[in-house]
Design a protein. Structure first.
Length: 175
């Protein structure tokens, strides 16, 4: 939860600035931001049905995280295709968000457990995520480059994949 939210919040905060520093106009950078948000919304809506149809959620964790990573690698290496990368990050982010939220109920046995797990994960997740844009913005100012920031986001996605695979394994939280 916290890794997905951190990566997403950092990119919705800084992606237009990153793009403008690579020569993309403010108009196009803001348009790309809408692609990120739109792709996230679409993936969130359709992702819920994917999660409940298949035999498990582990493949979705891997695919969604990989899509986010491809988007970030694209921003880092080929910023001229920023619209594509923004849409990929948005789609992966939306799918990982709905996966995290769905796992709360799929890995618990009754509503009180679901509420407890959800409250803990969302409180910690959004607390960590709230610090992300500020801290990584400071890192950018200290290094005068978005490269280290994007590399940290890729590192967070590795943590997301590992923790997501663990959370998506069959069973319940209290087993």
């Amino acid at each position: 939860m916290s890794m997905q939210a951190t990566v997403f919040y950092v990119l919705i905060t800084w992606l237009p600035t990153i793009e403008q520093e690579h020569g993309i106009t403010a108009l196009h950078a803001s348009l790309h931001q809408s692609y990120l948000q739109g792709a996230s919304l679409i993936a969130t809506v359709f992702g819920a049905s994917l999660l409940l149809r298949g035999p498990g959620q582990r493949a979705i964790v891997v695919v969604a995280t990989a899509v986010m990573a491809i988007g970030i690698i694209g921003i880092l290496t080929l910023p001229t295709l920023a619209a594509v990368w923004a849409a990929l990050v948005g789609a992966g982010g939306g799918l990982t968000l709905v996966t995290a939220l769905t796992l709360f109920s799929l890995r618990t046995t009754h509503p009180a457990e679901t509420a407890a797990v959800s409250a803990m994960a969302q409180a910690v997740g959004y607390l960590v995520a709230a610090a992300g844009p500020v801290l990584l913005g400071l890192l950018r100012d200290m290094t005068d480059s978005w490269g280290p920031v994007l590399m940290i986001l890729l590192g967070l996605l590795i943590i997301q994949a590992i923790s997501g695979l663990r959370a998506a394994k069959p069973g319940h939280v209290w087993d």
